[in-house]
Design a protein around this ligand. Structure first.
Ligand SMILES: [Zn+2]
Length: 399
């Protein structure tokens, strides 16, 4: 089983500056290679390498980092090609398709950079790494992670990505391991914090007090605000002048910032709950969120426009950074199955907020019931991942 171990680096100010300069140079190089690849017919790493390797070396990259940069660009183009082929940017000739293929791929100045074993070595016993930078090889950069992560790093293989996020450097190491983190007692179903995502309540967890949900998690204010934005957007779209278009763009950016901000607050609270209770985080994959609820058209619009993928990614990322295991589960039926007796019936949910089991009679908050089911699925899929563990019988299916 492959997983990513995230460790936070603790560089000195001098080391920090060298890491930053290295990342900048790698991404400047990547943009140069991407511009070249844009007009190239053969974008495979070896073909690109013949053309750009000399330029990269001249810019100050040494041999291995230069090759990693070329590979990164080739991978980005391969991913883009797969997306184009799968129609993710619309049919050939469509506006989006043309916009995507019309320009070279751009890498942000702080985009992540893969380092292989020749450029990055781990001294796990000392909790340090040694890494190639433009200022030479830096030795003894400390890193911070949870004790179980330290054990997993022993199984680390291949490349690690250097990531700069919110001014902090992280390494994302790939480990191949059969042993999941021994943080959760295997038979303790309370060992997982279940997170249910939705529109009316953006996120409800098993640690929330069901009586207090509306005060803390309500998406009502968010929904009202989005409705206002929607009306404004439609009005601006109808006007269609240059200045209306400019305003539309500004408004869109403002909405994105707002969603990101809300998502940060939500993800922070969820992960703090998990930390406080010493639980792993069980969260649904996103396929379910669209299929699960039958929605009126305007609600569907809201669902698509809310950044659920971002919310889930933030929860996952922050949980992992806090050393907590994360299980992503298929949420199919979690909202219509009674967590107490396992009885499944769409009629169990007479209204959006209310759950009333037609079999055992348990009555409570529908999202809270779903969160408990998600926690149980997290537990089951975690157990299933342990090769020795027998698969527990459950009316729900873990993905
Ligand atoms: Zn029941």
């Amino acid at each position: 089983m492959k997983r990513i171990v995230v460790v936070k680096l603790a560089p000195s100010p001098g080391q920090y500056a060298a890491l930053k300069a290295t990342l900048d140079l790698c991404n400047a190089g990547a943009n140069m290679v991407a511009r070249f690849a844009h007009s190239a017919t053969d974008r495979r790493p070896f073909a690109l390498q013949k053309q750009v390797y000399g330029h990269l070396k001249a810019s100050g990259l040494s041999a291995q980092p230069a090759i990693r940069v070329i590979k990164k660009v080739a991978d980005a183009y391969a991913t883009r090609q797969a997306n184009l082929t799968n129609g993710n940017y619309g049919p050939p000739g469509s506006k989006r398709y043309v916009a995507v293929t019309g320009k070279a791929i751009r890498f942000r100045q702080d985009a992540g950079q893969p380092f292989d074993d020749r450029c990055l070595s781990w001294q796990i016993d000392q909790s340090t790494v040694s890494i190639w930078t433009t200022a030479g090889r830096l030795r003894g950069i400390g890193f911070v992670c949870a004790p179980w992560q330290l054990k997993q790093l022993a199984d680390r293989k291949g490349e690690s990505d250097l990531i700069l996020r919110n001014g902090q450097f992280y390494l994302h190491a790939t480990v191949d391991t059969d042993t999941p983190p021994p943080l959760i007692p295997a038979d303790d179903p309370t060992g997982w914090l279940g997170v249910d995502l939705g529109i009316v309540n953006l996120a409800v967890t098993t640690a929330d007090d069901p009586a207090d949900l509306d005060a803390r998690w309500s998406g009502g204010a968010v929904t009202a605000r989005r409705k206002r934005h929607q009306a404004l957007r439609s009005a601006l779209q109808r006007v269609g002048t240059k200045s209306a278009k400019r305003k539309l763009k500004a408004r869109r950016r403002k909405e994105t910032r707002y969603a990101t901000d809300i998502n940060h607050q939500l993800s922070k609270t969820v992960v703090a709950q998990a930390q406080r209770t010493g639980q792993g985080v069980a969260i649904e994959d996103l396929s379910g969120i669209r299929d699960r609820v039958r929605l009126a058209k305007d609600q569907r619009q809201q669902l698509h426009s809310w950044a659920f993928a971002q919310l889930r990614d933030q929860i996952t990322y922050k949980a992992q950074a806090a050393g907590l295991p994360v299980q992503v589960i298929n949420p199919c039926n979690t909202s219509r199955t009674c967590h107490r007796c396992g009885y499944f019936d769409p009629a169990n949910r007479p209204s959006q907020a209310l759950f009333r089991c037609r079999d055992c009679g348990w009555t409570g908050h529908a999202d809270h019931n779903a969160a408990i089911n998600i926690a149980a699925l997290g537990h089951h899929s975690y157990r299933a991942a342990q090769s020795t563990a027998p698969k527990a019988a459950t009316p729900l299916t873990a993905s």
